[in-house]
Design a protein around this ligand. Structure first.
Ligand code: G3H
Ligand code: 13P
Ligand code: ZN
Length: 309
């Protein structure tokens, strides 16, 4: 099966009450760990690449890695641009073989976000590529988000409806309290499920995307810190909240930080326990296994997409 767009995956996910995992890829071991897990679990899969990943690993290499994943597995795999900041980067990915792109105009005012998203949608749809867009701001940990601030930052349901109607985007990333990175909550973790429910009702059947959805597993944080890491107090989105969101309108859940933690904790452990080793395969191999383990857990216990390929 060639690389696919996310359209069919999302239709099935919406109807089935589960979410597809979108995992960030930066190198071969990360990609292999993800694909091995999804293949073993027969789960549909979104491999996503940020502009930074594309700069680091280079477009052509990432394309070939994704093509190798497709050739060696039987699950549907989409290759998606994560947080495309302008038309140029989206065009470049579409021209270069991606089947799904995100145009992230969330930093702009509504009208400019609509304008740039429409531009990408027109180009992408002519070429069979799906488009994710975003409105609302993902609150950082520093925002001890009070009710008034929440209304300013989180996605406004009326705007979401208008935005989707005006742009024709295929999925929409919304802000309901998640944030990127390993420090998501100072106090009690909280997501605005009421807002998600309203948006879901106002946009029936329409796929919603949750960014900043790593759960920051505490065993990985502890392992990292045990072997010299300094990431005290890292906290993510509780898994039961992600599971709840996956049963609602959320069809795509983005995970990067958990993969970084798994990889780094494992490499730290290997370096400490085997200081005599200098063969990269000796630490990258276990790191790849750690990625596979964390992704398997997500697919089976959190996203609900195991067996849905
Ligand atoms: O949402 C951001 C992703 O974690 C990608 O991060 O831009 O450092 O590759 P990056
Ligand atoms: P995390 O930092 O929570 O893994 O979020 C990743 C993400 O949203 C990528 O777009
Ligand atoms: Zn994101």
């Amino acid at each position: 099966m060639p690389l696919v767009s996310t359209r069919e995956m999302f239709n099935k996910a919406y109807a089935g009450g589960y979410a597809v995992g979108a995992f960030n890829v930066n190198n071969m071991e990360i990609l292999q760990g993800i694909v091995d897990a999804a293949s073993a679990q027969k789960a549909p899969l979104i491999l996503q690449v940020s502009a930074g990943a594309r700069k680091y690993a280079r477009h052509e290499y990432l394309m070939k890695l994704a093509e190798a994943a497709v050739e060696t597995s039987t699950i549907p795999i989409a290759l998606h641009l994560d947080h495309g900041e302008d038309f140029a980067v989206c065009k470049s990915c579409i021209d270069g073989g991606f089947k799904s792109v995100m145009i992230d105009g969330s930093r702009f005012a509504f009208a400019e976000n609509v304008r740039v998203t429409k531009e990408v949608v027109a180009y992408a749809h002519e070429r069979g590529v799906s488009v994710e867009a975003e409105i609302g701001k993902l609150a950082g940990v520093e925002d001890d988000v009070k009710v008034a601030a929440r209304d300013a930052l989180y996605t406004d349901p009326d705007e979401a409806v208008e935005f989707v109607q005006q742009t024709g985007c295929d999925s929409l990333a919304i802000a309901i309290g998640t944030s990127h990175g390993a420090y998501k909550f100072k106090g009690e973790p909280k997501l605005d499920f009421e807002r998600l429910e309203i948006i879901g009702k106002r946009l029936p059947g329409f796929p919603i995307v949750l960014h900043g959805a790593s759960s920051v597993p505490q065993d990985l944080v502890a392992l990292c810190n045990k072997y010299g890491g300094t990431i005290p107090g890292a906290r993510g989105v509780p898994e039961e909240m992600l599971r709840k969101a996956a049963g609602m309108a959320v069809c795509k859940i983005n995970i990067d930080t958990d993969l970084r933690l798994a990889l780094t904790a494992t490499i730290r452990q290997q370096f400490t326990e085997h200081p005599e080793e200098f063969d990269p395969r000796k630490y990258l191999g276990p790191a790849r296994e750690a990625i596979k383990k964390v992704v398997t857990h997500k697919l089976v216990n959190v996203l609900g997409c195991a067996g849905k390929a």
